[in-house]
Design a protein around this ligand. Sequence first.
Ligand code: FAD
Length: 356
Amino acid sequence: VPRTPESCDVVVIGGGQAGLAAGYYLRRAGLDYVILDAQSRPGGAWGHGWNSLRLFSPAEYSPLPGWGMPRQEGEGFPTSDHVVDYLRAYEQRYDLPLRRPVRVQAVRPAGERLAVQTTASSWLARYVISATGTWECPYLPDIPERHDFAGRQLHTVDYTSPEEFRGQRAVIVDGGNSAAQILAEVSRVADTTWVTLRPPRLMPDDVDGRVLFGVATRHAAQDGVAGGGVAGLGDIVMVPSVRDARDRDVLHAQPMFQRLTTHGIAWPDGTEQPCDAVVWCTGFRPNLTHLEPLGLPRHDGVVATAGTRSVDEPRLYLLGYGDWTGPASATLVGAGRTAKATVADIATRISAQATP
Ligand code: FAD
């Protein structure tokens, strides 16, 4: 029996770092809101990374608003488990109204409100903030004969540790941080080949998250244009494991192979190279399936935004995801900045509507 929808000012979809940052400011603004998260436990994507995944910078450089991440004893750069513990404690500290596990299936217009249909109940909201991240939408390029390959193919989301490749021949695909970090550790126990769609751009050795966040912050303060400041420095942060891989002389990228064969890869000149596994570190797309009923036009997988507000559905805001929703908005520190601006905008609109 369908239950009567519950009403509130704002429904936040997603309880990762971006959803929590929104929750902090919604609470401060005194708005009536709820955060719906599909996972049964806190942490968002941080609960799913590979075993050795760490922050790019010391804890104090990755604060959510209000209460910064405590240092992790004995660790300069916190582990992903530490980030999950921080996010759990953050929810409790601010008593954020999380509902779990609740997956939003669809958002639809319903008169003056937006109807949010979930696996548990439904909601009528004046505004919706979508903060569902990218982790659930791994991207795989369309490669000829991919399904003929008899070895193992996996995406970054499936990777946990190098041990499963011990003694094997592994091909690591793409030139981002995930690829570089996975290559660095797999190359210690396996024979690796690194292929990238374009030549990898290594950052200078002394650039870590501290510098990146500084550049992103200055850039955001100057003109609010997404991302360019950080992107200018390169793509790959030279964390200790990646520097070590370079010192061991395994950090050599080759241009992309042409196709997969039954037992390996084939290069553009026709030469075949056998391998046991292909690890696709080819990135993610924004997880926006629940917004499909709104029929928002998409370009390159993203919807049009002005700041974080959807251009085509002005009651919808998008947080996190990537630079298209604000400079460094997919980082812990950046999520806070964009959440603050988003909630200020919503609060202004709600109080204007309340004024007779
Ligand atoms: P997520 O953490 O993915 O949270 C989204 C939540 O929404 C999840 O709980 C999901 O279950 C839920 N959800 C999804 N769909 C629905 C639905 N329909 N209904 C309800 N709930 C839903 N960031 C940093 O700040 N510093 C770093 O040093 C850093 N290093 C990184 C290194 C690597 C190699 C990688 C890959 C990432 C790194 N990041 C770093 C980025 C960071 O991990 C992610 O960008 C971040 O987790 C995104 O947060 P989010 O809240 O936007 O999304």
